[in-house]
Ligand binder design. Sequence first.
Ligand SMILES: Cc1cc2nc3c(=O)[nH]c(=O)nc-3n(C[C@H](O)[C@H](O)[C@H](O)COP(=O)(O)OP(=O)(O)OC[C@H]3O[C@@H](n4cnc5c(N)ncnc54)[C@H](O)[C@@H]3O)c2cc1C
Length: 391
Amino acid sequence: MHMNLSLPDRANVVIVGGGIIGVSIAYYLAKKRVSDVLLLEQGVMGEGSTAKCVGGIRTQFSTEINIQFSQLSRRVFEGFEAEFGVDPEFHKIGYLFLAADHRQQKIIQDNACLMEGLDLEMELLDPEEIQRRWPFLRVDDVLTGSYTAYDGYLGPYEVLTGFISGARRLGAIFHEGIEVIGIDVERGKIQGVRTSTGERVKTQVVVNASGPYAAKVAELAGLDLPVCPLRRQVFFTDPFEDLPPAFPLVIDLKHGWYMRREGKGLILAGPQDSKSSFSEQVDFAGKEWAATRSVHRVPILKHARIARGWAGLYEISPDNHAIIGSFPEREGFICANGFSGHGFMHSPAAGILVAELITEGTARSLDIHPLRPQRFQQGDLIREPMTAFHD
Ligand SMILES: Cc1cc2nc3c(=O)[nH]c(=O)nc-3n(C[C@H](O)[C@H](O)[C@H](O)COP(=O)(O)OP(=O)(O)OC[C@H]3O[C@@H](n4cnc5c(N)ncnc54)[C@H](O)[C@@H]3O)c2cc1C
């Protein structure tokens, strides 16, 4: 990936960060025939949150904008192999949310209305029906479930690879091992970036696609961006013989716990920190948290063994929605940040919309005004009742 080549003197667009968001933006810019798109990644492509992601994609959300992002992205995922020549390994196992109290029940009932208005099918299931379909689930503390059969998961590595090869075929340039350490601004306009290799690249457009590092990169341009890194742990069981052949990605709204099958084992969600940090350590308390909630919901799991775990960083915004757009005081600085744990599933939409914003001055495919960075100063935050939950 151009490890030893020197950087070009200038680029039309410099993208900071080679995670799923950066590579998607690179692809859609190149597809719109933007030449000299340069992406700089401080480490190895995809090594950040993207490498830690469990690949879930869902349409069940409490806000229209998130559902629209899911719909736009789904169209890309459905046709991914034809467009990119890479099988993204789309497993449509379904998503099942479980509500344990009246507040959570109201949330998923409201979601059902919202989704119906957007022509999306969602089934509301009572505990008896849940038990009939998935007898291994414990439901005595469940009031209602909401099920979308067409949701599921894809391979983050496959999708990342597809975007990278697609973008490179169309002329985008990627460099690994290069950190952006400075952003030059004159009279409020972006002039270029400075890198850890001592090189400078002139450009009038910088895209912040640095995931959990978003606030640091914005700071290089003198901007305040409220994105916090938050650790989430995940665990993985050994192959487990008693596993039913098929079951959905199950989510307990009460605990923010989830589980899905991966090969002959299971991925079990661990806890999400409440305090922001860049820690990516797995700890015993996290393993216990995952084990307790897993055995509670799926009692046969008492025979399973947790083999290993990992932790990654969510990139949380104050209202748990992405921050996409530019700053009036910093012409040429575009952010695509704060996806709050949904960046993988929304990466195609993010790429399409940011490419439109840069080339046409406005995002044509969707109204992204609610996601503008200024909403925080303006006190116009998006209300999301399902905030406690990220996947
Ligand atoms: C445990 C876990 C499970 C998840 N599961 C899901 C899921 O099921 N579904 C879903 O949709 N989302 C999920 N997510 C969230 C998802 O992984 C993220 O939203 C997504 O990967 C964000 O992508 P990104 O490109 O913005 O960030 P990243 O993948 O972190 O990429 C940012 C890149 O920027 C680079 N960078 C930072 N600063 C600089 C700099 N100054 N110069 C150069 N490069 C820089 C970093 O090295 C990094 O590679 C999960 C996250 C975690 C932690």
